[in-house]
Design a protein around this ligand. Structure first.
Ligand code: 1HE
Length: 273
């Protein structure tokens, strides 16, 4: 996969000190690259904590975020060398720590686009499932080897992945070790886009740039309200929807965009080329 994003400027200050990540910016788009390629970007404590720190400290100018992985694979999941002797209480605390970061990602203040390639497995798939738009290149494959490792998902996978693929598909992946290729993953909702080998990052950046042009409050509603409404009883969801719709349309950005359309200054909705 392409590792060159020349138009991006590396972060400085605190964000530059996060050595398990590479963080860079281009306009309103931030790019966080998991950066443990020798370990296939396996997620250890430091990487997880640094991802959390990065999310907290990205500047307010960022309107969309791209996440990718350095090297041959997006992410090999939990760093299994971290799974030393843990008590039950420590195991719960570890899982809850992952939940905090995955929640911070899913309910981030701006949309997150994942650029996937190679292995997207275990905790790597849990991480991808917490993002909003997933672009897979042709080398991508999805697996949940927890069953083979004698463990269970602990990074939010049991809540998020069945909402994408269904309980039956996730059970199959965990029980039998079934691996889905990029196209199978797209068919089941693990990715919304499949692109040729090496093109996931460019596509993800292009989508992020487009997302960043939306009204910030619309993006916020899509990221914050939509998944919550989907989890609500219908009548509760409809009530929340009406509040969110009124808030969004009351914003100056919405008023400007509606006026632009009515005066012929805004793009029409057309079929994809
Ligand atoms: C690792 C890890 C890891 C690689 N933890 N060290 N995840 C898994 O069960 C997936 C395990 N990994 C693999 O199946 C393969 O490594 C890959 C398919 C991802 C990549 O294969 P390959 O041939 O490119 O690399 P490699 O030679 O297997 O690995 C390179 C190095 O990375 C090697 O270390 P080295 O010191 O011998 O060079 C590997 O040991 C190391 N490595 N993956 C630790 N995961 C919150 S609950 C979440 C639960 C889970 O995520 S379970 C799933 C864990």
């Amino acid at each position: 996969m392409s590792t060159t994003t020349p138009e991006f400027t590396p972060a400085d200050g605190l964000l530059a000190q996060l050595n398990e990540l590479q963080i860079s910016f281009s306009g309103a788009v931030a790019h966080i690259r998991l950066s443990r390629p020798a370990k296939r970007n396996a997620i250890n404590e430091a990487l997880m904590q640094q991802l959390h720190t990065a999310l907290i400290h990205l500047p307010a100018s960022v309107q969309a975020l791209v996440i990718s992985g350095e090297g041959q694979h997006f992410c090999a999941g939990l760093d299994l060398s971290d799974l030393s002797e843990r008590t039950v209480a420590e195991g719960i605390a570890h899982s809850r720590g992952w939940h905090a970061v995955m929640d911070a990602l899913q309910y981030y203040r701006v949309p997150v686009v994942a650029a996937l390639h190679g292995a997207v497995v275990g905790g790597g798939l849990e991480l991808a499932a917490a993002t909003h738009v997933r672009v897979a290149d042709a080398t991508t494959y999805f697996g949940l080897p927890e069953g083979q490792r004698g463990i269970f998902v602990g990074g939010g996978g049991s809540a998020r992945i069945p909402r994408l693929v269904g309980v039956a598909c996730m059970s199959d992946m965990m029980l039998t070790g079934r691996v889905l290729d990029a196209e199978e993953g797209r068919e089941r909702g693990l990715a919304q886009y499949v692109v040729p080998e090496g093109e996931a990052l460019d596509k993800a950046i292009a989508l992020a740039r487009r997302i960043a042009t939306n009204a910030p409050l619309s993006n916020y509603a899509i990221v914050q309200a939509l998944p919550r409404i989907a989890d609500m009883a219908q009548s509760d969801g409809l009530f929340v929807e009406s509040l969110m719709a009124a808030i969004a349309q009351g914003d100056d950005a919405a008023k400007q965009r509606l006026a632009d359309f009515l005066q012929g200054r805004a793009a029409k909705v057309v079929k994809a080329a």
